[in-house]
Design a protein. Structure first.
Length: 129
């Protein structure tokens, strides 16, 4: 039994398999998901778990060297944009359609229960040294 950190076995295992430059899509409950990708679906009820809660848990576990979000989040979901900019200083923006394309190539997808628009980000894994 783990003392702390991510307790979900599928997610903890998937994170342990990530390497430098691998990408993780953390997404809301409405994001289209590519069949065949490694998907850890945490969605339980609308809003549960929240995008921010899942993002914070992931950021405590992995090294992130870059991040990409949809430019539409700036206007359509200002709270999420503020959270992303606060947590991810290297955040870049692309059009939402482009983010969906990039998301199809991610090694891991973590689906949250988030029910607000554009609560999605792609994290690029770094190394701790």
């Amino acid at each position: 039994m783990r003392r702390g950190g991510i307790l979900n076995g599928a997610l903890a295992g998937a994170l342990a398999r990530l390497g430098h430059t691998d990408r993780v899509l953390v997404c809301d409950s409405g994001m289209p998901l590519r069949r065949g990708a490694e998907i850890v679906d945490l969605a339980f009820l609308p809003g549960i778990p929240a995008f921010g809660t899942v993002l914070d848990g992931l950021l405590a576990e992995i090294v992130v060297e870059g991040a990409t979000a949809a430019q539409e989040v700036r206007e359509a979901n200002r709270a999420c944009d503020a959270l992303l900019r606060e947590r991810l200083p290297t955040l870049a923006y692309v059009p939402h359609e482009r983010l969906k394309e990039l998301g199809r190539a991610c090694e891991l997808v973590v689906r949250t229960g988030e029910a607000h628009p554009y609560a999605n980000v792609i994290l690029s894994c770094g190394v701790p040294f």
